[in-house]
Ligand binder design. Structure first.
Ligand code: SF4
Ligand code: SF4
Length: 303
């Protein structure tokens, strides 16, 4: 039996931290400007709009290009009961990116709440705090996404944006919205007191929105069924829902196709047999296969 490794998680962690740092840069720049102004400094101070990139995951500015989270755009349309083509233009690159890669890659690789919950989970394991594995149907979050859109239309404000824990983290908890910070605290409490990964797996409306888009995208987790011993370690490690691996492990599917897969790679890292790998395929052609990288690494190590 080969050893499990943590390469995917290391790379993903680096990306999560980089993205979080990128979004935190603008409130820090704003704080620096305010601090300079409060001290009566004459020196020009940076403001977020001076940065090449600023904003939050809901809405951001990259140079002259405005980007909008598509779920925020849908909520804005529902809340205002109107349609602005500019929202569609701003959301289109984000939809295209996640549609091309894999929709819930946002949850696994970008969302700061997922990063916080993974840290909470690591701490919990270190402190040997047991958390229940209560199952809440993972489709619940698609219902939550629909409820947010209908609710936004009824009350006239983009509901999830108003309480978003993501924005609280993007703007640093201390300067982010008070409600968003409370929402984040409740999510952490739910993680510890209600059920393991209950927010990301079953409740987050944004996760539900991406789950609805989720089966498209070229990146998938593929299985080598001859190497798999059906030990179930990958299911234990899965950040989305252990059940999504069943068709690949037990029913002869070559890839994990569920729209809920975040392509986080936790299952690849957990597999002691190296039976799982990343693939990127378009009809008729294989663009990428991570087993070729692993083989090169193994060769390097055995030298
Ligand atoms: S893919 Fe790997 S971890 Fe998952 S059941 Fe098979 S051998 Fe075990
Ligand atoms: S199947 Fe693997 S890649 Fe997909 S969410 Fe679960 S652990 Fe992550």
């Amino acid at each position: 039996m080969k050893r499990a490794n943590a390469n995917c998680t290391r790379v993903r962690r680096a990306v999560q931290i980089l993205v979080a740092a990128l979004f935190v840069a603008s409130p820090l720049a704003a704080g620096r400007a305010l601090f300079g102004a409060a001290r009566g400094s004459e020196a020009p101070t940076g403001v977020p709009a001076d940065l090449p990139f600023w904003g939050t995951l809901s809405s951001s500015q990259v140079g002259p290009v405005t980007l909008l989270d598509p779920f925020a755009a849908v909520q804005a349309m529902a809340a205002s009961l109107s349609f602005d083509p500019a929202w569609l233009v701003a959301a289109a690159p984000v939809v295209a990116f996640y549609g091309l890669v894999r929709a819930r890659s946002f949850c696994g690789w970008v969302c700061p709440v997922n990063l916080v919950l993974e840290l909470v989970d690591a701490l919990r394991r270190k402190l040997r705090i047991e958390v229940a594995e209560r199952v809440v149907a993972r489709r619940t979050k698609m219902g939550a996404a629909l409820g947010v859109v209908v609710g936004s239309a009824l009350v006239g404000i983009p509901l999830f944006e108003a309480v978003s824990p993501l924005s609280a983290l993007n703007k640093l908890v201390v300067v982010g919205s008070f409600v968003g910070t409370i929402a984040l605290a409740l999510i952490v409490a739910a993680e510890l007191l209600w059920g393991h990964r209950v927010w990301c797996r079953s409740l987050c409306p944004l996760g539900g929105f991406y789950q609805a888009l989720g089966r498209v995208g070229v990146v998938r987790i593929a299985i080598d069924e001859r190497a798999c011993t059906r030990c179930g370690r990958c299911k234990k490690a899965c950040l989305a829902d252990p059940e999504i691996l069943d068709p690949a492990i037990y029913q002869g599917r070559r890839t994990v196709d569920a729209g809920d897969c975040m392509v986080c790679g936790a299952c690849i890292d957990a597999c002691p047999e190296r039976a799982l790998r990343y693939t990127a395929t378009v009809p008729g052609s294989n663009l990428f296969d991570s087993s070729t990288l692993s083989a090169a690494n193994d060769k390097e190590v055995s030298r």
